[in-house]
Design a protein around this ligand. Structure first.
Ligand code: DGY
Length: 321
């Protein structure tokens, strides 16, 4: 029997491509060129399985258009699956898997990077220095804000939210409050307090960090009304998904100085970043690099491969969505 045919939509780390080739007949994407909708439909008609990633169009229309010869499994390289219409996948009998756990630490590190960056204004200082605008050591210019003793509000206390809270509490002496849809107890962080509503969390927090899934369920969750509840001294950090935030409302609040700043690794319509944000010194902008370490990307690719291997061996899927 010939090996199942796997189509890969993005260039992967070499070690992952090598592992895939050991198990499957693989069509790779060496030039990392994004699939068009037509190419995606053709791939779904011609593959037994696919290895996909954020940014791939995998909506209901595509699944419908793929017709009868449908792919059996989409193994997502990443934990977030908001680019995949899960309902349509289920309707068409397509299995979906993701890669949780292995990217928790890397993503939490980037949330802390953004927090430190915006509160200590490091991006602003570095930019001024590179431009040759540093006039010498100053006791008063460009002071930031300390994290110690401040309250961090986590929205979505799952794996990554918890990892961020642990770093903030034990590493930086922050207090932690959190909002989570399902009631969970957080044992590992002394004094961590569950808030009954997102509004309570926003009004209490000095820094708010988003860690809930994107997609339909949470689109616009951090709405204009909620942004308006932030303290004028508060910062918003987003390493989850851009569509969770009302991006135009956030831009307006930043432009009007209604909040202290924001650290953003994700945007509503990537790779588009609102022009107004680029001009602001109290904003740190990163190009969706939460999981972008060599170690993490290899681990993610291996996890996605393990899901494909399990599926075609008729075994339970390690990370079924
Ligand atoms: C994730 O895993 O969801 C990252 O954002 C990359 O897709």
């Amino acid at each position: 029997m010939s090996a199942p045919r796997i189509i890969v939509t993005r260039k992967l780390p070499d070690a992952v491509e090598a592992r895939l080739k050991r198990h499957f007949t693989v069509a790779l994407n060496p030039h990392d060129k994004l699939f068009t909708r037509e190419k995606m439909i053709a791939a779904m008609q011609n593959a037994d399985g696919m290895l996909v990633a954020v940014g791939d169009p995998l909506d209901a229309e595509i699944m419908q258009a793929a017709g009868k010869r449908r792919v059996q499994i989409l193994a997502n390289f990443g934990v977030g699956t908001n680019h995949i219409d899960l309902e349509a996948a289920e309707e068409h009998g397509i299995h979906i898997t993701n890669t949780p756990d292995v990217l928790t630490d890397a993503t939490a590190d980037i949330a802390l990077t953004l927090m430190l960056n915006v509160t200590r204004r490091t991006w602003m200082h570095e930019t001024r220095l590179r431009r040759g605008e540093w006039g010498g050591f100053s006791l008063i210019d460009g002071l930031g804000t300390s994290l110690q003793g401040k309250t961090l509000g986590i929205i979505g206390m799952g794996r990554i939210g918890t990892a961020v809270a642990l770093r903030a509490y034990y590493g930086f002496g922050m207090k932690v409050v959190y909002f989570n849809r399902s009631k969970i107890e957080v044992q590992r962080i002394p004094g961590a307090q569950r808030m009954d509503t997102i509004e309570d969390l926003i009004e209490t927090s000095d820094i708010i960090s988003l860690h809930c899934p994107g997609g339909e369920a949470n689109r616009g969750l951090f709405s204009a009304n909620r942004i308006a509840l932030m303290k004028p001294t508060a910062y918003l950090i987003n390493t989850a998904r851009g569509d969770i935030v009302d991006e135009p409302a956030l831009v307006s609040a930043l432009l009007a100085g209604k909040i202290a700043g924001a650290g953003l690794d994700v945007f509503a319509k990537e790779p588009r970043v609102p022009n107004a944000l680029r001009e602001l010194e109290n904003v740190c902008l990163l190009p969706h690099i939460g999981s972008a370490t060599v170690e993490t990307r290899i681990a993610m690719g291996m996890a996605a491969t393990a899901n494909l291997v399990a599926h075609f061996a008729g075994k339970p899927l390690p990370n079924k969505v």
